[in-house]
Structure formats: C-alpha cells, structure tokens
Design a protein around this ligand. Structure first.
Ligand code: FAD
Length: 721
C-alpha cells in the first residue's frame, strides 16, 4: 500500500470493512475558524470540491483540538479563518491562536508543516484579516512553510473576488505539496516511519491528474434559442436596439451585451443534502427564540427617543431590567440581542413559496442519503419539531444577501428560460459586477429575488441549505451599573433601507426595526429620558433575550490617573456614557484619588436634532468628570461663518498637540467607537498625521508607533458597520 493510500485511510478514520487501495484518495487537513459561519461554509465548499479533484479533505473546526494534531500532521494543511471584533480571532479559534502563541515553542516546532491559509476580513475595519495574519506569521515563526500563497479576502468588496480564484488555484498546489511531502518523507526515515510511506503510486498520480482537470466550473453556453417565446426579454431588447428605456440599462432582471451574449462560467451546482418533510401534527410551539442557555429573558423597562423627529437617523435608548438576572457587565462590554425576522416578510415568503397553509406544520429535517456533500449536517441551530413559521421567524436569516451558490441552486428551480439565464449570469464569473451592483450593494434578500424572478419556485430544503443562521445583534452598553444598579442601557440607530429599483419597498433593519416597533407603546419623547422606569413586574413591558458579550480590552484604564481620549460620533458615544458614569461615581467615592484628564470627541449632523446625551455630557463637564468635550456638526455650516471642524477627525487635528501629548508623553489611552466604514479609518489617518507631525517622522514610522500603541492596548477600537 503506498503512502497516498495510507494517508487517505487516516482521513476517513476507522473503516469497518476493508477498502481497496485504489479507492482511497490522498488526504489533506482542512481547518476552519468561523464566527458567523462564513469561514465554515467556505471550508465546506473546499471540502465538497476536493472530492471532484480527487482528494479527501479531513475537515474540522479549529476548536475541535481532539480531532487533529498539527504536531504530528504529515499531510498538507489548509486553514480558512475569519476575523472578528477589533481584529480578534473568532471564538472558535481563540484557543488555537493562544496555543500557537505559546512563547516556549521552539522555532522548528512546525518545521514539518506545509500549509495554505485563506484569511477572511473586511477592509472597513483597521485590522484587516488580523486573525489570519497572526496565524500565518506565527506558523512561519515556528518553521511551517506555505505550499500556496495566502489569500486575504475582503468582505467589504465581496469575499468571492479572492475566495473563488484562491480555491481554483488550490488544487494544483495541493497536488504538488502532496507529491513533495511524499518525496521528503521518503528522504526522512523518522517521518517515514510515522507514515510508513512508499512510492507514489502511478495509478493514483494519473487518477489525480485526471481529476484536477475535472474543473469545478461548468462551461455553459446558453443559446438565443433557449429563450422561451413568452420570455420577457426578447432578442432585440437584449441587443438594446431601439426598444424601451429599460432595455438600455441593465437591471436585476435584464442584462445587456456583452454579458447577455457571453459564454458563462457558472459555479457547479452545490450538492443538495437536506430533505424536508412537513408534518400535519400538533406541535406545542412556544414563540421564544432558540437559545443555548446563555441568553436571559429580560424586560425593557424604559425606551426614549434621543433624536428629534426630523433627524436623518433616528436613535433610541432602551433600558433593560437585569436586576433578576446574573448579568454583571462593565462599561465597554457589549451584549447580544436575539431578534426575529419581520412578521410580514415571513408571511410574504410563505405565500410566495405556496406554503402559507402549512405554516403551522412541523418541519422534519433529514440528511439525504444520496448526498454528495462532504460532512453534511443538519444545521444545529434549527430545533427539532419546530413549525415552519417558527423556522422562518427565528432560525434563518431570510434577509441575508443570497450568495452566488444560492443563485446557482435557484436556477434549477426556475422555469422561464430568460430568468434562468439571468440568474446564471448573476452567479457567473462574467456577471460578477452585475451581482455586486444589483444584488450585493442594495442588500437584496431572497424575497426580493423571488419577486423579481416570478417563475422561480425553490423547495423549502434549498432555504435550509442556503440561508444562514439568524444572528443575534450586538449592542454596546451605554451605562454603568454603579450608576444604574440592576439596569443596562443601550442606544441604537434604526437602520433604514430606502426603496430602490431592485427593492421597491423600503424596509428597516431586522433587529432595530423590530425593537422600535416593540417599544413604541412605552417610548418617551425626546428630552424626557430621565422619566421613571417601568417595573419589571408590570405585565405590559416587552421582553427580549440578551446575552453578555464581554470585551477583553475596551475598558477604562485600570489606573484612574491615566488620561484618556474618547472618540465616539453618533451612537459611537454609547460606551463612553458608561465610562463617564462609572468615572463620575468613582470620583464621588474616592475624593482623595488622582484622576487623569478625559477628552471626548463627539460629532453628528445637526446640533439640534442628533446631539445624543447632550445634557448628560454637559453635566459631566460641569462636574469635572469630563475635562474636554469637543463637538462638531457636519451639516450645520452657517454661511460666511468661521470654518469649523466638520468631523471628529478634523477636531482631533485641531487639538493635535494635546492629543499627542497624552498618547506619547503621558502614557494615555485612545478609544474609538462607532462606524467602521468611514469614521474609524479617518480617525486612524488623523492620528497617523498627528503622531507623524509631533514626532517629526514619516508616515510609515507614525504607523509603526500606532501599531505599538495597539499592542500596548492603549489604542483601542470598538467599531461596527
Ligand atoms: P440588519 O437588518 O442586520 O441590516 C444592517 C446591515 O445592512 C449592515 O450590514 C449594513 O451595512 C447594511 N445597511 C444598512 N443600511 C443600508 C442601506 N440603506 N442599504 C444597504 N445596506 C444597508 N449598533 C448600534 O446602533 N449601537 C450600538 O451600540 C452597537 N454596538 C455594536 C457592538 C458590536 C460589538 C457590534 C458587532 C455591533 C454593534 N452595533 C451597534 C451594530 C448592531 O449590532 C447592528 O448591526 C445594527 O443595529 C443593525 O442591525 P439590524 O438587524 O437592524 O440591521
């Protein structure tokens, strides 16, 4: 038996029946670290494709340390890992990262390892792909070698732009790595003893070469004739020849040459793996969200409008009564809220799928015995015996933007030829720009597609296979328990998706839309937020399920004498209200202690409409808790007046010397919270400029200084998009 066969046998674990050597394929280890399921689903995609390419992917989560052993690994290793929070590893990778960072490991600890790494991240955040980069550099430090260049995929522009070509190139690299590792194992008897390697079997080699040629991409030419006569997109229209204005512009449902005439590379059909039965049996379905025990049900005891009715973005403050729960938080922590999908959208989806009559039927899920999907599993987040309505309300993110693989799967459930062609275009390589423009950028969801593609009628199983888990939403605590014992405050903007061509109806964010409806009966008008809280025992108070999400670093300096700067425009001010409440109490209770100076940079559009916590902040200034409050209003620009700073970063630059002094001379801290898309980057740029100017160094040196401050946990971010 040759080495390849043995490696394959390792992959599949214990066989109860003998397996013919030639049936066994070469193995590689496939590890993933996922927070929200993206890295996992990409790893599963790699695993599925590996079969077509003649390999066995031994897939496991980085957290399943008992299922793999890198110290003794003799096959190539592929790692797919995402980044979360402020460049942190996903929860499932924390232990792994900690493990490889152990300082006592020798520099040749992983000298035997050959690996490839696909890092997922988002350039809207400053620490792009940080977890992947950390793992990558640490593996290198410990002697491991790449067999394929690292991919850095950016969710800010579309992961698939990097992921798809990276996977495409992976197979040839795995093949080469396997061959090289086999050869080196032959040269190194100690490792050879471990793997009992032999000659590379020629039959396997040929086999693999053949399968590598067996591309995942199907070349698909859809001819003009394929269009049905009743197709809404006729030939002249596609050529754009003197027809309606719609024909001159591409849209979600219409394309123009060259795309409409192009040969398309569409992804292979994702193998179906779930069977769904709807049973007409009585199920006692409560309407509580599925929860793993870490969530607590709490009352919303107060809700207040923080913005004026004509504000561009509406902000609400909610107070949760946590007095009866074991929730102990510190300012700087966040917590997760479980939210349901919008009721009307669930209803519309049921109707569109023709399942309205069965909404109270019990859903029974089974793995298809004939599935070709590797490591297929029933999603663990779908409770047994839930009703169809419950499944769509609490389990699946029906608002998620359908991935290309989903579009590809929808093609096979669409009867109209023109609609099929357009769906194929949207998931094809050639149609990537159209996918971004008409699906991704406007954040379309399945319902939008089903409305636009009338002949598409997917089975329920496809939704279970392709819609991700409905995720809880996180919010930063905007209070201190020293100031509000038994209470937890948070602030949010109600997210609005305006109507557009692809989505004719405006809608609101899943969680913020739901919360704002939920609290509308107890909403206090602006300026009355200090009114009485509702009692938790009052039956009419709405309830939510929440779970603490502690932040390991984003907290007040442990030494109160350390000065600090906070930058929090809009709802980014939330954690700083908690900081300042906490500090105010500390000052009252420790009159002899020394407290460092505190700065807050706040900004919003209009002073009179969106200045959140204005009275409270001015109170902190009056009491001396907040030493400097620097505000700016981007849309209040009186003509002819002295130019004023427009954004928080402008204000920072205006106080450049003081900022530099606190950070570089006084050992102070710098906190940023809020919008990750623009603000956090602009603030980072301003800080780079400030450091460069004050230290008289070039940009690169200034960036290094900031990196050092990050390392020392003195430059901290809590940002979201
Ligand atoms: P969703 O339905 O999830 O929609 C939001 C998504 O749509 C976002 O990806 C956004 O980029 C996109 N989007 C928004 N508007 C549009 C548009 N017009 N067109 C197209 N796409 C659009 N939020 C707060 O308000 N306050 C906080 O204190 C807070 N703290 C957070 C702390 C952490 C650690 C994290 C990770 C996030 C935090 N957030 C906070 C963000 C919050 O978790 C939610 O993402 C936010 O409230 C939106 O949730 P939603 O369900 O209403 O919106």
């Amino acid at each position: 038996m040759d080495w390849w066969c043995r490696a394959g046998l390792e992959a599949v674990g214990s066989f109860s029946t003998p397996v013919m050597p030639c049936e066994v394929k070469p193995r590689f280890l496939l590890l993933y670290g996922s927070q929200r399921g993206q890295a996992k689903s990409i790893a599963e995609e790699i695993s599925d494709q590996s079969v077509e390419h003649g390999f066995v992917a031994d897939i496991c989560c980085l957290s399943q340390g008992d299922r793999y052993n890198l110290e003794r690994e003799t096959a190539p290793v592929v790692v797919v890992v995402s980044t979360t929070g402020d460049g942190d590893p996903p929860d499932t990778a924390i232990k792994f990262v900690k493990g490889i960072k152990t300082r006592t490991l020798p520099s040749d600890h992983f000298a035997h390892l050959r690996y490839a790494l696909l890092a997922l991240g988002d350039t809207n955040y400053t620490n792009f792909c940080n977890c992947g980069k950390t793992i990558d550099s640490r593996l290198q430090e410990l002697g491991a070698k790449h067999f394929y260049a690292t991919g850095h995929a950016d969710d800010g522009v579309g992961l698939e732009l990097v992921v798809d070509p990276w996977i495409e190139g992976l197979w040839e690299a795995v093949k080469k790595a396997l061959a090289e590792m086999s050869a080196s194992n032959q040269e190194r008897p100690e490792r050879a003893a471990a793997v009992q390697n032999g000659e590379l079997g020629s039959s396997h080699k040929e086999n693999t070469e053949a399968t590598v040629k067996d591309l995942k991409i199907q070349l698909l030419r859809v001819n003009e004739e394929e269009q049905s006569p009743e197709s809404p997109r006729t030939a002249p229209e596609r050529e754009g020849a003197g027809s309606s204005p719609a024909a001159l512009e591409p849209s979600l449902t219409h394309s123009l040459p060259p795309l409409s005439e192009s040969t398309l590379n569409v992804p292979a059909l994702p193998p179906p793996y779930i069977g769904v039965k709807l049973l007409d049996i009585a199920t006692e379905q409560n309407n509580d969200p599925p929860s793993n025990g870490s969530f607590h049900q709490v009352h919303i005891s107060k809700a207040a409008e923080l913005t004026r009715e004509d504000a561009v973005k509406r902000a609400l403050l909610l107070e949760l009564d946590i007095s009866e729960q074991q929730i102990s938080y510190k300012p700087g922590d966040s917590f997760d809220v479980l939210c349901p999908n919008n009721e009307d959208e669930v209803e519309a989806l049921l109707q569109r799928l023709g399942l309205e009559e069965q909404k109270n039927f019990t859903v029974q899920l089974q793995l298809r015995t004939d599935t070709k999907k590797k490591a297929a599993q029933i999603p663990s987040y779908i409770p047994e015996s839930s009703t169809l309505q419950y499944l769509l309300t609490w389990c699946l993110e029906i608002r998620s933007v359908p991935k290309k693989a989903f579009l590809r799967a929808l093609v096979d459930h669409t009867t109209d030829a023109a609609e099929r062609r357009r769906l194929q275009e949207l998931c094809s390589k050639q149609g990537s720009a159209d996918y971004n423009r008409f699906v991704r950028d406007p954040s379309l969801c399945l319902l939008d597609l089903l409305r636009a593609f009338a002949s598409c009628s997917p089975p329920l199983s496809l939704l279970v296979e392709h819609l991700p888990k409905l995720q809880p939403r996180s919010y930063s605590a905007a209070s201190s328990s020293l100031c509000h014992p038994g209470k937890l405050h948070f602030v949010f903007n109600v997210v609005e998706f305006p109507a557009c061509l692809e989505r004719p109806v405006a809608r609101r964010g899943v969680c913020t839309g739901w919360l704002s409806n939920l609290v509308s009966p107890l909403l206090q008008p602006r300026g009355t937020s200090e009114g009485p809280s509702g009692s938790a025992s009052a039956p009419s108070l709405p309830k939510v399920f929440v779970s603490l999400r502690p932040n390991t670093t984003f907290h007040l300096p442990s030494d109160p004498a350390v000065p600090f700067i906070m930058v929090g425009p809009g709802t980014g001010v939330s954690p700083f209200i908690g900081f300042l409440q906490h500090r105010e109490k500390q000052r009252q209770e420790n009159l002899d202690s020394v407290f460092g100076e505190t700065w807050l940079f706040f900004g919003c559009r209009h002073k009179d409409r969106e200045f959140l916590f204005r009275e409270e902040l001015e109170g902190f200034v009056a009491s001396g808790t907040l030493t400097h409050l620097k505000v700016c209003f981007s849309r209040d620009r009186p003509a002819g007046a002295e130019p004023e700073p427009k954004y928080v970063q402008d204000n920072l630059l205006l106080h450049s010397q003081r900022v530099a002094d606190i950070l570089l001379k006084k050992g102070g801290c710098f906190y940023v919270c809020g919008d990750a898309k623009n603000m956090a980057k602009d603030v980072n740029d301003a800080l780079t400029e400030i450091v460069g100017k004050e230290l008289q160094v070039d940009k690169l040196e200034a960036m290094k200084t900031l990196a050092g401050l990050r390392e020392e946990r003195r430059y901290l971010q809590d940002i979201w998009s």
